[in-house]
Write a protein that binds this ligand. Structure first.
Ligand code: PEP
Ligand code: MG
Length: 326
C-alpha cells in the first residue's frame, strides 16, 4: 500500500456488494477542516472543540465560539459536521474547566461531567453551536464525550432539543455506555465510538503511558466485543419520542484512531458501524482496503477478530483474510 501513493476521491466508499460507507475526518479547527475538505472527506465525524481553547485561562465568549465554529463549518457546505462538546480533563486539561488536583483525572470530573458543576460552560457552547449551525450551510450534528449513564444522555439531549440542535448524540467511550447502548440510543439520535478512550477504560490502562501500549490496543478482543455490543444495542434501541430517524438502527460511527487502521476499519464495518472518521491522511488507504471486501467478508473477519484469544491473533486473522494488507 505504501509503495503506491493512493488518493481518495470522496463520496464514500463502496464495498464489493454495493454497501456504502461514509468516510469522515477528525478535525480540531478551521485549518484542519480546510485540509480535510481538500482530502475529500465526506464530512467531519469528530470536531474536537476543546482544541480551540487549550491555551485559554478564561472561558471563550459565545460570540468567539460561534465565529470559530462557523469558520470550520465553511469548508463543508451541505455536509455533516459532528461537533463534540468540550472534552476537558485528563489528557486535555483546560484551566477554566478542570481541577488539576484530582488524583485520577481520567476517572474524574472530565468531559461531559464538567457540566454537572459548571453547567453554563456547556449551555453557552450549545448556544454558540446552534448560532453557527443556523448561519451555516453545514449540517451540524452535536455529541457529548465520556457519557456513562442514560441520565447523562437524557440531560444532554434535552439541552440540545431546547436549542433545536439535532441530531444529538453521545460518544461511547466507557464500557458502561457500550453495554447499555440500547437504552442510550433510545434516548438520543446517534452514537460515535471513541475507541481511544473505550480501549483505555476497557483495559484499565492509561492511554498516556507508553509502557501500557500493548494494552492500549484496539485490536484487543475485549474492546472489539464492546464495539459489537454497541452496534447490537443500536439495532435494538426502542422508542423514538422526538421523531428523529428510525426507532432502531440509529447511526453508529467510530471516530477513534482505530477507524484509520485499514484492517480494523474492515472489522468495524463488519461489526455494524455506519461511518468511520479519521485523520485525513488515512482516508486513501482505508478506502482502498474497504473497496476490496464485501459486507459478508467484513462480517466474517469481524467475527474471527472478536473471538480471537489475543490482540495479535485478532490482527493475524484479519491479515490472513485480507492479503491486500501485505
Ligand atoms: C476517543 O477517545 O477515541 C476519541 C476519539 O476522543 P479523544 O481521542 O479526543 O479522547
Ligand atoms: Mg475520547
Amino acid at each position: 500500500l505504501q509503495r503506491n501513493p493512493l488518493t481518495y476521491e470522496g463520496g464514500g466508499v463502496e464495498l464489493t456488494d454495493g454497501t456504502r460507507m461514509q468516510l469522515l475526518a477528525n478535525i480540531g479547527g478551521a485549518k484542519d477542516a480546510k485540509a480535510a475538505a481538500e482530502a475529500h472527506a465526506d464530512g467531519v465525524g469528530l470536531f474536537r472543540t476543546e482544541f480551540l481553547f487549550l491555551d485559554r485561562e478564561d472561558e471563550p465568549s459565545v460570540e468567539e465560539q460561534t465565529a470559530a465554529y462557523l469558520e470550520a463549518f465553511e469548508s463543508f457546505p451541505g455536509k455533516k459536521v459532528v461537533v463534540r462538546t468540550i472534552d476537558a480533563g485528563a489528557d486535555k486539561p483546560l484551566p477554566f474547566l478542570t481541577d488539576s488536583e484530582e488524583p485520577n483525572p481520567a476517572l474524574g470530573v472530565r468531559a461531559y461531567r464538567t457540566s454537572w458543576e459548571k453547567r453554563s460552560v456547556l449551555t453557552n457552547q450549545l448556544d454558540a453551536i446552534a448560532a453557527a449551525a443556523k448561519a451555516s450551510e453545514a449540517k451540524a450534528w452535536v455529541m457529548a464525550p465520556m457519557i456513562s449513564t442514560t441520565e447523562d444522555t437524557e440531560d444532554f439531549v434535552a439541552l440540545c432539543r431546547e436549542r433545536d440542535l439535532a441530531p444529538a448524540g453521545i460518544m461511547v467511550e466507557t464500557p458502561s455506555a457500550a453495554v447499555t447502548a440500547d437504552r442510550q440510543l433510545a434516548a438520543c439520535d446517534f452514537a460515535s465510538i471513541g475507541t481511544n478512550d473505550l480501549t483505555q477504560y476497557t483495559m484499565a490502562a492509561d492511554r498516556m503511558l507508553g509502557t501500557l501500549a500493548h494494552l492500549n490496543n484496539p485490536w484487543q478482543p475485549a474492546v472489539l466485543s464492546l464495539v459489537k455490543a454497541t452496534c447490537e444495542g443500536a439495532r435494538t434501541a426502542g422508542g423514538d419520542p422526538d421523531g428523529f430517524g428510525e426507532s432502531a438502527n440509529k447511526p453508529v460511527g467510530v471516530c477513534g484512531e482505530a477507524a484509520g487502521d485499514p484492517g480494523l476499519a474492515v472489522v468495524l464495518v463488519g461489526l455494524g458501524v455506519n461511518s468511520l472518521s479519521m485523520t485525513p491522511r488515512s482516508l486513501p488507504a482505508v478506502a482502498k482496503v474497504l473497496s476490496t471486501v464485501s459486507l459478508d467478508q467484513a462480517k466474517q473477519l469481524a467475527a474471527a477478530a472478536v473471538s480471537a484469544p489475543t490482540a495479535d491473533k485478532a490482527r493475524d486473522a484479519v491479515r490472513a483474510g485480507l492479503p491486500i494488507l501485505g
